[in-house]
Design a binder for this molecule. Structure first.
Ligand SMILES: [Mn+2]
Length: 287
C-alpha cells in the first residue's frame, strides 16, 4: 500500500478503485445516500453512511458465522450528491448512478439515508433486469398510498416500488401497519408479509425464488434493544441472529441490489451503527 495509510470514510476491506474498466464483473459498489428529508420521527439518517463506515473497522476479515473471509472484491464510491428536501430529484440522481454502476457490471450496495431512496435504487436496477423479486426487512409495510398527502415518503416507498414492474414483494419482520396497508398486502397476490413470529415461513418463501433479488433492509426490523437509533424504533422486532438466518437462505441466489436504510446514529461507535455495519459485512461475505 502506497504511504501505508487507509481511508476511514471508506468501508473496511473495500478495494482501491484504480480503473473502472478493470473492475471485476459482478462486484459490489458502495454508494452512501445521506438523505433524510421525509423522516417522520427521528431525523439524522443522513449521518448513516459516515457512522456505519467508521464502525466497519471493528471487524475481522474472517467471518465466523459464514466460516470464510470476505473474498469478493468490493468498492466504496463515496456518497451521492443528494438534494435535501427533494426526494424525487434525489431518487432520480440515485437511479442514474445505479445505471452507471450497472454499465460497469457493478451491483449497487446502498447505505442510507432513509427508506424513500430505495425507490431510486430499484428503478435503476429495473433498467437492467426484466425480472426482480424484492425482499424487504422492516417493522413497517411502507405500503401507504400517501403519507400526509405526500406520495413519495419513507412511509410509502414500498407502495411506489410495488407499482414498478416487479415480480414479487416479500416483507419480513412486519409488525406496524394501517388497515389500508394490510388490505393492500392481502389483495395483491404478489405481496407476502411475514410477521416476526413467521420468519421460518419466510425462509421457505426465499428458498423458492428463481428471479434476481433486490434486498432492502430498514434497520428498524431489528428490536430496538439491538438498534435503538433508527428513525422509527418499534418494539418486539427480530434479532441480528435472525438476519443471519435469512442471509444463509440467500447463499447461491442471484442478488443484484442491496440497501440498508434508516440508521440514525449520531455519534461514532454507536451500537446501532455497529449493528448496521455488521449486517453489511455479513452480506458481503455471502459472495
Ligand atoms: Mn420501518
Amino acid at each position: 500500500m502506497l504511504l501505508n495509510t487507509y481511508e476511514p470514510w471508506k468501508f473496511a476491506f473495500s478495494k482501491e478503485i484504480v480503473n473502472l474498466d478493470e473492475i471485476q464483473k459482478d462486484s459490489w459498489g458502495i454508494i452512501g445516500v445521506p438523505f433524510d428529508s421525509t423522516s417522520s420521527y427521528h431525523t439524522g439518517s443522513r449521518l448513516g453512511p459516515i457512522t456505519i463506515r467508521e464502525a466497519s473497522f471493528g471487524f475481522e476479515n474472517f467471518n465466523s458465522v459464514f466460516k470464510k473471509n470476505i473474498n469478493s472484491p468490493f468498492y466504496d464510491f463515496g456518497d451521492l450528491n443528494t438534494i435535501p428536501g427533494n426526494c424525487l430529484k434525489t431518487c432520480e440522481i440515485l437511479e442514474e448512478t445505479v445505471n452507471e454502476l450497472n454499465f460497469y457490471n457493478i451491483k449497487p450496495l446502498i447505505i442510507g439515508g432513509e427508506h424513500s431512496i430505495t425507490y431510486g435504487s430499484i428503478k435503476g436496477v429495473l433498467n437492467s433486469y426484466d425480472n426482480l423479486t424484492v425482499i424487504h426487512l422492516d417493522a413497517h409495510m411502507d405500503l401507504k398510498d400517501d403519507f400526509i398527502d405526500e406520495k413519495f415518503s419513507h412511509a410509502t416507498v414500498l407502495r411506489r416500488v410495488h407499482e414498478l414492474d416487479i415480480d414479487e414483494l416479500i416483507q419480513i419482520g412486519i409488525r406496524s401497519f394501517s388497515k389500508e396497508e394490510e388490505n393492500y398486502s392481502i389483495s395483491n397476490n404478489n405481496i407476502s408479509s411475514f410477521s416476526v413470529e413467521n420468519i421460518k415461513n419466510s425462509l421457505d418463501k426465499i428458498n423458492k425464488i428463481k428471479t434476481p433479488i433486490y434486498l432492502t433492509i430498514d434497520l428498524d426490523v431489528l428490536d430496538p434493544s439491538f438498534a435503538p437509533n433508527v428513525s422509527n424504533p418499534t418494539p418486539c422486532g427480530i434479532s441480528p441472529n435472525d438476519t443471519e438466518l435469512i442471509f444463509k437462505e440467500l447463499v447461491g441466489k442471484n442478488l443484484v441490489g442491496f440497501d440498508l436504510v434508516e440508521n440514525s446514529s449520531n455519534k461514532l461507535g454507536d451500537i446501532t451503527a455497529i449493528t448496521s455495519s455488521k449486517i453489511i459485512y455479513d452480506f458481503l461475505t455471502l459472495f
